[in-house]
Design a protein around this ligand. Structure first.
Ligand SMILES: Nc1nc2c(ncn2[C@@H]2O[C@H](COP(=O)(O)OP(=O)(O)OP(=O)(O)O)[C@@H](O)[C@H]2O)c(=O)[nH]1
Ligand SMILES: O=C([O-])CC(=O)C(=O)O
Ligand SMILES: [Mn+2]
Length: 598
């Protein structure tokens, strides 16, 4: 075996230990070059794991095992020393027990395969303290995806020097190959573990090749381990898009938005405003790290280098900038359909082709009973290809945040937009956020659950402590007026006939405009029991073909619906016992008084 291309002794020792345990045929240190990308993708094509997408330059399609299509929340663990530190919303297992169990699974698990060493950095390499990680994986699909999703390779290794801190991320698909055994296109294991050790800042993943379970810089590091780091160090790791909005007068605002998986982050981040003179630029579509700047404001940066976006529903009408991003090629698609012309297709992308090959590799026509693409099918594409990417995407400081949006997918109750009265009320809104479940995680779809700050599956510690940390961030501000204003949005309210009341997508720029005008103290609002809501006149609906009754219904604060919400919030808060910050109970009490319920 060739010498490792680094003098980082701890890294070399760890790679050696893992190789000893997992027994790969060879070790490849990834350098992140174009040649390496070509090698990885052509090998994957040769093995049948990737199919070329000839209609798009340098693009490929992966079809996963039909049972390995989404994050597995049931199999995701926070292995803190004390179970209290995982809290009631996480699966907890004692770290020693988890290490023993998974060591058993990893023993020989890379046999017959290559172990890729992927040095990566979440966020800018020029940060004061670059956030390094190293992923060891036996999946070439993961190594290729990391090329897109992260800053990685030889330059990262170089910057790590001889002793930089890094988060060790171990990943195996759990499918060793015995001599003579032929491989399958998508190796994985029925047994899956996505484990996090917040105290030692380590990630161990086993059995799944699907992005959310295997691209360990993303949800595992940047959110679960990141949130635990943020608790200890005074910052926030959040499931948020970041965008810049420029008004016709040239005033610039930065907005983050926390919506649960498959609830509209990527779409809002790349939005094309329908109102004249306004401009939106993208900074991030999934994860934001929020830190105080020297000016006392909260600054947000996106630690990722690629988009891992939901494919279905994406087209030139809904998200033209995502289409333009993938049109440039260099994109890995997962579980979408392939047309006879050699292009990708999915539900919601214009007219269906007369014939295609579906995500399971079967013939598909518009008459087929099943959709052509998995509802959680994805595109993985470089941020740099986004035509509306803001220049600051690589600025280690990020951008100063003016407003934070919380949002969910709720058919009822939650109005189009509500402004919080103050920071603590905003934290209450986030802590009680609810949404219908989606295909982004394995399990039933369409069930309403609390998803605090859209972080339910991603908080790496006790959610009650996390709420406390949010409240503390407000207190830590030199002046609360410097903190972002908080808004609660819902693009997904439905009429009695089941259709969406609000057109959404580009039209959401109208809501952003109201948000900006509230920041400027210009837009009108009515004070309701749940916060400040737009008057129908204060929302710019010029040129919008929208029924007046629908608009009213989208904005409605329905007393009965909110009264019905109260016991659900009570039950949710009760789960945290004494740990729940008392101020959140006070917020609920005040709401009950305003609603006149007891
Ligand atoms: N009706 C409606 N649907 C939307 C809107 N925005 C997004 N969607 C749809 O919701 C689904 C998910 O949207 P995304 O923007 O990919 O959601 P996301 O939050 O980025 O999802 P993850 O990447 O899983 O975290 C897609 O099918 C979109 O077409 C909207 O404003 N209105
Ligand atoms: O993590 C994933 O699998 C994809 C994603 O962005 C999410 O589910 O929020
Ligand atoms: Mn997304």
């Amino acid at each position: 075996m060739t010498d490792p291309p680094t003098r980082h002794a701890r890294l070399v020792a760890w790679v050696g230990e893992v190789a000893e345990l997992t027994d790969p045929d060879q070790i490849v240190w990834c350098d992140g070059t174009r040649a390496e990308w070509e090698r990885l993708t052509s090998e994957l094509v040769a093995f049948g794991s990737l199919v070329p997408v000839p209609a798009k330059p340098d693009s490929f399609l992966a079809r996963t095992d039909p049972d390995d299509v989404a994050r597995v929340e049931e199999r995701t663990f926070i292995c803190s020393a004390d179970p209290e530190d995982a809290g009631p919303t996480n699966n907890w297992t004692a770290p020693d027990y988890m290490r023993e169990t998974m060591t058993g699974l990893y023993r020989g698990s890379m046999r017959g395969r290559t172990m890729y060493v992927v040095p990566f950095c979440m966020g800018s390499l020029d940060a004061e303290q670059p956030m390094f990680g190293v992923e060891l994986t036996d999946s070439a699909y993961v190594a290729a995806s990391m090329h897109i999703m992260t800053r990685m390779g030889a330059e990262v290794l170089e910057r790590m020097g001889e002793d930089a801190e890094f988060v060790p991320c171990l990943h195996s698909v759990g499918a060793p190959l015995e001599a003579g055994q032929t491989d399958v296109p998508w190796p994985c294991n029925e047994t899956k573990y996505i484990s996090h050790f917040p105290e030692s800042r380590e990630i161990w993943s086993y059995g799944s090749g699907y992005g959310g379970n295997s691209l360990l810089g993303k949800k595992c590091y940047a959110l679960r381990i990141g949130s635990a780091m943020g608790r200890d160090e005074g910052w926030l790791a959040e499931h948020m898009l970041i965008l810049r909005m420029t008004s016709p007068e040239g005033k610039v605002y930065h907005v983050t938005g926390a919506f649960p998986s498959a609830c509209g982050k990527t779409n809002l981040a790349m939005l094309e405003p329908t109102i004249p003179g306004w401009k939106v630029e993208t900074l991030g579509d999934d994860i934001a790290w929020l830190r105080f700047g020297e000016d006392g404001r909260l600054w947000a940066s996106n630690p990722e280098f690629g988009f891992f976006g939901v494919a279905p529903g994406t087209d030139y009408k809904t998200n033209p900038n995502a289409m333009r991003t993938i049109e440039k090629g260099h994109t890995l698609f997962t579980n979408v359909a392939l047309t006879d012309e050699g292009d990708v297709w999915w539900e919601g992308m214009g007219e269906p082709p007369a014939h295609a090959t579906d995500w399971k590799g079967r013939d598909w026509t518009p008459q087929s009973e099943e959709p052509s693409s998995h509802p959680n099918s994805r595109f993985c594409t470089p941020v740099k290809q986004c035509p509306v990417l803001a220049d600051e995407y690589d600025d280690p400081r990020g951008v100063p945040i003016d407003a934070i949006l919380f949002g969910g997918r709720r058919a009822t109750t939650i109005p189009l937009v509500t402004q919080a009265r103050d920071w603590v009320h905003g934290v209450y809104m986030g802590a009680t956020l609810s949404s219908e479940t989606t295909a982004a995680a394995v399990g039933r779809v369409g069930v309403v659950r609390r998803d605090p700050m859209a972080m339910l599956p991603f908080i790496g510690y006790n959610a009650a402590d996390y709420f406390g940390h949010w409240i503390e961030m407000g207190k830590a501000a030199t002046d609360e007026a410097l903190m972002p204003q908080v808004f609660y949005v819902n693009w997904f309210r439905r009429g009695e006939d089941g259709r969406f009341l609000w057109p959404g997508f580009g039209e959401n720029s109208r809501v952003l405009k109201w948000v900006v005008e509230r920041l400027e103290g210009r837009a009108e609002a009515v004070e309701t029991p749940i916060g400040y809501c737009p008057t129908p006149e204060s929302l710019d609906v010029d040129g919008l073909d929208l029924d007046e009754a629908d608009l009213k219904a989208a904005l409605l604060v329905d007393h009965e619906e909110w009264a019905a919400e109260v016991p659900l919030v009570e039950a949710w808060f009760a789960r945290f016992g004494d740990k729940l910050p008392a101020t959140l109970w006070s917020e609920l009490d005040a709401l009950k008084q305003r609603l006149d319920v007891r």
